[in-house]
Design a protein around this ligand. Structure first.
Ligand SMILES: C[S@@+](CC[C@H](N)C(=O)[O-])C[C@H]1O[C@@H](n2cnc3c(N)ncnc32)[C@H](O)[C@@H]1O
Length: 345
């Protein structure tokens, strides 16, 4: 006769042999989710007999996990910050290290004055960063951008699920295309962009196999989207604004060098494993837009009270796109979506 305990032990054994880094935890999460209880509850009734139907359903879940599928795709849920987010193969499974960006953004809001905060999450995926910040900053205006409309469907459903639907706007766009013509329109930009180099041998085969390539890979050196996030955030951020970008643990020096071309104060923050993980860049004085505008032949708009944009305003000064498809995409987006004024959301 199978019991809760013997089922967990047998699944953990199977998953360990299949190469899982956390076989017992995986087995517990799969079974707890299936039985509709918390992991700890499994051990309150560890000798409870398991029916054949329950056992067959659990076996199917273990089979999927054994084939390398992330537990979160099997259960359909991933924890991030204080939220339970729905996830599926349209979005990256949010990772614990990304919570460091939430911590750093919240620290910034304690020492700086602007309120309501105007926050943009670039590459929102499941909505993890946008929703975590909206949940912590009740007055904030939060805009979540993703180039994938599939990902935005997941993020919107998560906003509903978390009771934050009225708090976050979602826009399908390339990086910060809708905001680069809005100097000073944003106080905080957070982004966990794709930053893995396509050839990177450190990427686990199962990550490559199951999670969306658009969420993972940033061109030959991994930094194609990161470069654009930095350059475009420098245009959109207000003086005193903050940019936080998650990066790979070997990218700190290269990313800091790129950021110094656009920002006054640049540092690389580490995660709890003491690995370089987050670009922290601040704009002290005039925004980069104000500095660049005369050279680009674009008139500077005052950061304090930007006038509303005409609907046919373009995507702004042309930035050297790292990916040749990006310029075409920007153009398509400029035609397809209204330009967003985040301060009026
Ligand atoms: C690493 S995932 C991060 C998802 C989520 N923010 C998180 O931390 O779990 C990167 C996200 O960026 C999106 N993305 C990739 N290229 C983009 C671009 N050029 N502009 C906007 N979003 C992009 C992908 O669709 C994906 O959802």
């Amino acid at each position: 006769m199978w019991t809760v305990k013997s089922l967990i032990e047998s699944a953990a054994d199977v998953l360990q042999r299949a190469g899982s880094h956390s076989p017992r935890l995986d087995a517990e999460r799969l079974l707890a989710d299936q039985l509709g209880c918390e992991r700890l509850d499994l051990y309150r009734d560890a000798e409870r007999p398991v029916s054949e139907v329950e056992r067959d359903a659990f076996r199917e879940r273990v089979r999927r996990r054994r084939a390398g599928e992330p537990v979160a795709y099997i259960t359909g849920v991933a924890g991030f910050w204080t939220l339970d987010l729905g996830v599926d193969p349209r979005v990256l499974v949010p990772r614990p290290e990304t919570e460091r960006l939430v911590e750093l953004a919240l620290e910034h809001t304690k020492t700086h004055v602007p309120s309501p905060w105007r926050v943009v999450d670039v590459g929102t995926g499941s909505g993890a960063l946008a929703l975590a910040l909206a949940s912590e900053l009740p007055d904030a205006l939060v805009l979540a951008i993703d180039v994938s409309s599939d990902a935005l469907d997941v993020a919107r459903a998560n906003a509903e699920r978390c009771g934050l639907a009225g708090r976050v706007r979602f826009v399908c766009a390339n990086v910060l295309a809708p905001l680069v013509t809005r100097p000073g329109s944003v106080d905080i930009v957070v982004s966990n962009p794709p930053y893995i180099a396509e050839w990177d041998p450190e990427v686990e085969p199962n990550v490559r196999r199951f999670e969306p390539g658009l969420a993972l890979f940033g061109g030959a050196d991994g930094l194609a989207v990161v470069r654009r996030v930095i350059a475009e955030a420098a245009l959109a951020l207000a003086p005193g604004g903050l940019l936080l970008v998650e990066i790979g643990h070997r990218q700190g020096a290269a990313v800091a060098e790129i950021a110094r071309q656009h920002f006054d104060a640049v540092e690389i923050a580490q995660d709890y494993g003491r690995l370089d993980r987050v670009l922290v860049a601040r704009q002290r004085g005039e925004t980069a837009y104000a500095k660049l505008a005369p050279r680009l032949g674009v008139s500077r708009r005052p950061a304090e009270s930007p006038p509303p944009l005409e609907p046919n305003d373009g995507p702004g000064p042309e930035l050297a796109p790292a990916d040749p498809r990006a310029a075409a995409l920007d153009e398509a987006i400029a035609q397809a979506i209204p330009v967003v004024d985040i301060s009026e959301l």
